[in-house]
Design a protein around this ligand. Structure first.
Ligand code: NAD
Ligand code: TYD
Length: 344
């Protein structure tokens, strides 16, 4: 079958492209990506010349382009990763988040309706559920947890999820939705917590922890996420939402300390800075449904995954140094230059 992967030049999308080409060599993968600051064609270089892979540069909001592409490729399945994905950027400038994440998703859904599709899979996030209190470890997000998004990013993803489900109910479009916890692994853009801290620590730069660093995230190795999506598009039930997570809750400060330790860097690099506006306290996924119905379980422990990830960033310095030395400098200055250093 032919799978259209949107956002395949980004972090999770590229890992998904690699996973699909490796595990289903008879399938054809067409990647549609606008190559925003977060998309990187270098990442896809190893598969660019494979006969069953095609890269198309373009915007998911461009309806004419979508019509042309669907007519050319007749995708059986669309796996929709393309999005603006960074909470801090959404706080600075929400507009592009609304355009890409909401209107872009709607444009794709319309192309699927017009041209026919066996499955549209929406790659969503646990952030649509809002946050959980720090002092109630018994509470987890289930698929029944009401949507209660906090940031412009998460509310744009929540809006997209609602539109996807509306196209299922109203037009009978065969959709599935997955909501995953925080991912880490190779090819993550160094604006996100783990690669940012690795890159800064290697350069002996301050490690900017928002507030006290007590916020909790539920970390999952990216390949485990890709395996879960693969299972959902092949065996998942149309019209269903699946939560994906590995019961691996960690406080930000503990992650940053672990990175210092792994790289032999002093914890004195840790700098507490002004907290993120509206900062979600805790995310924690209950993955019982995907385990029960599709047999999915995470395969990589955090201990192994973080070791492999740090090693990947050590082995692939040109990939991220290229980013860190480019436009990213201006971004870093804008986002962190104005943050006040808090007394430790
Ligand atoms: P990313 O920012 O690394 O990659 C996004 C990709 O989408 C980039 O290649 C970018 O060029 C492309 N893109 C952006 N706007 C586009 C447009 N208008 N048209 C076409 N392509 C466009 O993001 P990621 O971390 O890989 O996340 C991928 C998806 O997974 C997102 O939908 C995100 O909401 C979701 N998700 C991410 C996480 C996480 O921890 N990173 C967790 C759960 C869900
Ligand atoms: P991030 O990787 O941006 O993912 P998300 O906000 O989608 O969970 O951030 C993960 C956590 O790390 C979040 O609680 C914010 C915090 N954080 C910092 O403390 N410092 C930083 O420089 C960044 C980027 C994030």
């Amino acid at each position: 079958m032919t799978i259209l992967v949107t956002g395949g030049a980004g972090f999770i999308g590229s890992n998904f492209v690699f996973y699909e080409l490796k595990s289903h060599p008879d399938d054809r993968i067409v990647c549609l990506d606008k190559l925003t600051y977060a998309g990187n064609l270098e990442t896809l270089a190893p598969v660019m010349n494979q006969p069953n892979f095609r890269f198309v540069k373009g915007d998911i909001c461009d309806r004419d382009l979508l019509d042309w592409l669907f007519q050319e490729e007749h995708p059986d399945v669309v796996v929709h990763f393309a999005a603006e994905s960074h909470v801090d950027r959404s706080i600075e400038d929400p507009d592009i988040f609304l355009r890409t994440n909401i209107l872009g998703t709607a444009a794709l859904l319309d192309a699927c309706r017009t041209h026919g599709i066996a499955r549209f899979h929406q790659v969503s996030t646990d952030e649509v559920y809002g946050d959980l209190p720090l002092d109630r470890p018994d509470l987890l997000f289930t698929e029944e947890t009401p949507i209660h998004a906090s940031s412009p990013y998460s509310s744009s993803k929540a809006s997209a999820d609602l539109i996807v489900m509306a196209y299922h109910r109203t037009f009978g479009l065969p959709v599935t939705v997955s909501r995953c916890s925080n991912n880490y692994g190779p090819y993550q853009f160094p604006e996100k917590l783990i690669p940012l801290m690795i890159a800064n620590a290697l350069a002996d730069k301050p490690l900017p922890v928002y507030g006290e660093g007590l916020n909790v995230r539920d970390w999952l190795y990216v390949e485990d996420h890709c395996k879960a999506i693969d299972l959902i598009i092949r065996q998942g039930k149309v019209g269903e939402v699946y939560n994906i997570g590995g019961h691996n809750e960690m406080r930000n400060i503990d992650i940053v300390r672990l990175i210092c330790q792994a790289l032999g860097k002093p914890e004195s690099l840790i700098t507490h800075v002004t907290d993120r506006k509206g900062h979600d306290l805790r995310y924690a996924i209950d993955p019982a449904k995907i385990h029960r119905e599709l047999g999915w379980l995470p395969e990589t422990s955090f201990r192994d995954g973080i070791r492999q990830t740090i090693q990947w960033y050590l082995d692939n310095k040109p990939w991220w140094e290229h980013i860190v030395n480019g436009e990213y400098q201006a971004y870093y200055e804008k986002m962190y230059g104005a943050r006040e250093t808090l007394k430790g």
